[in-house]
Unconditional design. Structure first.
Length: 298
């Protein structure tokens, strides 16, 4: 429908409609979240959380439909047929662009529970969307620097306690915990600067994965290892709104996490931490090879 419009005008119109959709959904989200805050009872939370997740799912469905009307992207999605919205999932994915968020939401909406991201605490103050994340119980992590932790060692367990509180809430309603192990978007410059051993990935960090498995490892049915590839080049968010992408490949591998990595003390157990880091590094090596194969195949 929007394809007849010039690209920049189309992008601006899509962005405006997404903003209006976000504002419209934010009002009921915040009102319901305030009820949870005023009445901190598990039975109330169990009643309201599905309503909150339903609003967010509707928000994603509207945005996805809008992008379908405005773009001609070819979607090549594999490995999602056996997923269920009634199970808990831990989701890992490579990260190249803010477009990855839209891709993940499109692929997983209605297939698994609403994705919950570990976010930097500063993002809580993003207008409108920050309060929506708060209402949906997204975990906000402080991410203290090494220098700060040397001066305040008592803060080392702060993120673990945040993860524990968040995951305790996740245990009431099926949830998908989303993690980008690279911690930032991939660029060749960043890869070279950190001397990454991979061609298409940055070095993975196991911290958020370890915290999730320590607190809620027995709940997760499996780990979904997601690989996103843009064979025509990685678009920015604005480029995606204006032009879409020629083709997007999304491969989802359902993996069983080794039992020894679940439920332990990731921060305190050096052996467990090393095992998880090695397991993630091996997973990342296979992902790097798969990305290279997809790109080589066009």
């Amino acid at each position: 429908m929007f394809n007849v419009l010039p690209a920049r005008l189309r992008g601006a119109l899509v962005f405006l409609l997404i903003v209006l959709n976000t504002v419209a959904c934010a009002v009921p989200l915040v009102l319901l979240a305030l009820i949870k805050l005023v009445i901190p009872v598990s039975s109330v939370r169990a009643l309201i959380d599905p309503l909150l997740n339903g609003i967010a799912t509707g928000w994603i469905a509207f945005n996805t439909g809008l992008l379908q009307l405005s773009q001609r992207t070819v979607w090549d999605v594999r490995g999602v047929d056996a997923l269920s919205a009634r199970h808990w999932y831990l989701v890992n994915c490579n990260h190249q662009s803010w477009v990855d968020i839209l891709v993940l939401q499109r692929v997983f909406n209605h297939r698994i529970p609403l994705l919950k991201f570990f976010l930097k605490r500063e993002l809580l103050y993003v207008p409108v969307i920050g309060v929506c994340w708060w209402a949906l119980d997204f975990p906000f992590m402080r991410r203290h620097s090494a220098t700060y932790l040397q001066k305040h060692p008592e803060k080392r367990t702060e993120d673990l306690e945040t993860a524990r509180r968040s995951c305790a809430r996740f245990a009431l309603v099926p949830t998908s915990v989303m993690n980008f192990p690279e911690g930032t978007r991939f660029t060749a410059e960043k890869r070279d600067r950190q001397r990454s051993p991979y061609r298409h990935l940055l070095k993975p960090r196991a911290g958020a994965l370890g915290l999730s498995l320590s607190v809620l490892g027995e709940r997760f049915r499996s780990l979904l290892d997601v690989t996103i590839v843009y064979p025509g080049g990685t678009p920015t968010f604005w480029q995606f709104l204006c032009h879409g992408a020629p083709r997007i490949v999304v491969e989802v591998a359902t993996l069983e996490v080794p039992e020894r990595l679940c439920g332990g003390d990731y921060q305190g157990d050096v052996g467990l931490r090393g095992d998880l880091q090695q397991w993630l590094a091996d997973l990342w090596g296979r992902k790097d090879e798969r990305i290279a194969a997809i790109l080589a195949g066009g």
